[in-house]
Design a protein around this ligand. Structure first.
Ligand SMILES: Cc1ncc(COP(=O)(O)O)c(C=O)c1O
Length: 487
């Protein structure tokens, strides 16, 4: 922790000053540890720039948020237009002095930014369009109503409140072990495992096939669901009708990027249907294209009772939602899912802009770039300190797992890689922005879906060259991207 307080990099006077100021005014607990602690002055598309003008390939999309890239012009114009701020020419008509005598001086007329207990058209439009978008996907037909929230964990909390209220005698929840659904309230209760402190007695954890999905090489290997099903049957024998909800992520994100065989998730869903247990799929991270389709329930052939959305839903504006069957949400009454920010017009406008811009074309291009990125990531296993590469087939999310090597722990190697990628290439003043490692030793790679082929090539080349500096005696072919991948 002490080290984090003192992060500074050579030749970054402005950034170092800002890091010092940050440490003075904010507690360190507000951030997860990232050894680079990049200071971001501006962003566009797949890039950030530091105050010193260093260009960073953003291989994080925030934290899988800016799926459509940073500050896309069309998205922003649509967002502004839904709010009634349209200003394509640079001068917002609404913002100039208003001719309408009803408008008080110093104000302009546009969509309200807060409509607590009021009704706005933008909210209804966003709910209708989101439902339509989800129901148009195979497996989305149960998703009838939108329970808005301001963060992923809040949406998880609301989804669980609803399923637990549906039958108050069945308030026990099954959750996949070492999953991550957020830190607060019930989202925290269904995250992690039984060995963590302060467990909620209503939650029981079930195994997730992490060994079976340890590497992209395992993707098409035989998978036996039997032991996983047996565990569920044992829990059913023990708790029976007390069990009312099962929640899982489609892939373990924060838990280390484990992407399971389809048969596993299908088995969970079948169990739920057999026992009349409600099935919640947490797509806060996976939604809007990360798994190669619009939603992971399409990728994995599922029909969740509730799907939880967040991150990419607002492309940077903080918004989340639990979308599910009306019969479930009907179990809650006035006020039980309400709060100051949920369904506020600003968030709804952002969702509408995302729905407008998230066209089939975005996915198609992303799938092609995905092939290129994965081909290169797999080569990283040539480095002795890299154990595994995991990810979604034709998706835009991977994890690189490090291992202990040459007297350094896997965690140390992972942090070194993040730092070295940030340092990047001094000559061109370019680096790669990565998140601090997941589970201490898994490096997340999740660029915006809109990254172009040439940007991906250049970024991956830079990543390879940076990592190569950590093992000069074990060189890796740094031209692999250009030479072998055809997209
Ligand atoms: C799968 C998943 N669910 C829920 C959350 C919590 O979302 P938030 O941080 O917006 O509360 C996250 C955040 O990383 C997540 O990855």
């Amino acid at each position: 922790l002490q080290k984090m307080n003192n992060i500074h990099h050579e030749n970054e006077n402005q950034s170092n000053q800002l890091r010092r100021e940050l440490n003075d005014v904010e507690p360190i607990s507000l951030r997860t540890f990232t050894p680079s602690q990049a200071v971001l002055a501006k962003s566009a598309g797949s890039f950030h720039w530091t105050p010193e003008g260093k260009r960073l390939f953003d291989f994080t999309s925030g934290v899988l948020v800016a799926n459509l890239g940073h500050n896309p012009i069309r998205w922003t114009e649509r967002f502004a237009s839904y709010m009634g701020w349209s200003c394509r020419s640079g001068v917002c008509p609404g913002l100039s002095k208003n001719a309408d005598s009803d408008i008080p001086d110093g104000y302009f007329a546009a969509v309200t930014m807060t409509a607590y207990n009021g009704v706005t058209e933008v909210e209804i439009e966003a709910s209708k369009r989101l439902r339509q978008f989800l129901q148009a996907c195979p497996g989305g037909h149960r998703l009838e109503q939108v329970m808005w929230a301001a963060s992923g964990s809040e949406a998880i909390q609301k989804a669980l409140w609803a399923t637990m209220a549906k039958d108050r005698n069945r308030s026990m929840i099954l959750a996949t072990r070492n999953g991550f659904h957020g830190k607060k309230g019930l989202a925290g209760a269904v995250s992690g495992s039984e060995t963590d402190s302060e467990r909620d007695p209503r939650v029981r954890f079930i195994a997730f096939p992490t060994k079976e999905s340890i590497d992209v090489d395992c993707r098409d290997t035989h998978f036996d669901v039997t032991p996983f099903r047996e565990e569920l049957d044992r829990l059913w024998s023990q708790f029976g009708m007390k069990l009312g909800t099962l929640i899982t992520e489609p892939y373990l994100g924060g838990g280390g990027s484990f992407h399971p065989p389809k048969a596993y998730l299908k088995m969970l869903q079948d169990f739920c249907r057999e026992k009349d247990i409600l099935f919640i799929l947490d797509e806060v991270q996976a939604n809007f294209g990360r798994t190669g389709h619009r939603f992971a329930f399409e990728t994995y052939g599922l029909e969740p009772d509730i799907v939880v959305l967040g991150k990419g839903l607002g492309n940077g504006v903080p918004v989340a939602a639990a979308v599910g069957s009306k019969a479930i949400f009907d179990a809650l009454t006035y006020g039980e899912g309400s709060d100051t920010w949920s369904a506020n017009p600003l968030c709804c406008a952002a969702v509408l802009a995302t729905l407008d811009e998230f066209t089939p074309d975005v996915l198609e291009k992303a799938r092609a770039v995905s092939a290129l990125i994965e081909e290169t990531l797999v080569r990283l296993k040539d480095f002795p300190f890299i154990a595994h590469v995991r990810g979604e087939y034709r998706g835009m999310v991977w994890g690189i797992e490090t291992r202990d090597w040459k007297g350094s722990t896997a965690a140390e190697w992972a942090n070194r890689i993040v730092l070295e990628a940030y340092h990047g290439d001094t000559e061109s003043n370019t680096g790669v922005h990565l998140l601090g490692p997941l589970s201490k030793k898994v490096i997340r790679v999740s660029p915006p879906l809109t990254i172009t082929t040439s940007e991906a090539r250049e970024g991956m080349d830079l990543l390879l060259r940076s990592i190569s500096r950590l093992a000069p005696e074990r060189p890796c072919n740094t031209h692999v991207v250009r030479d072998t991948v055809h997209v």
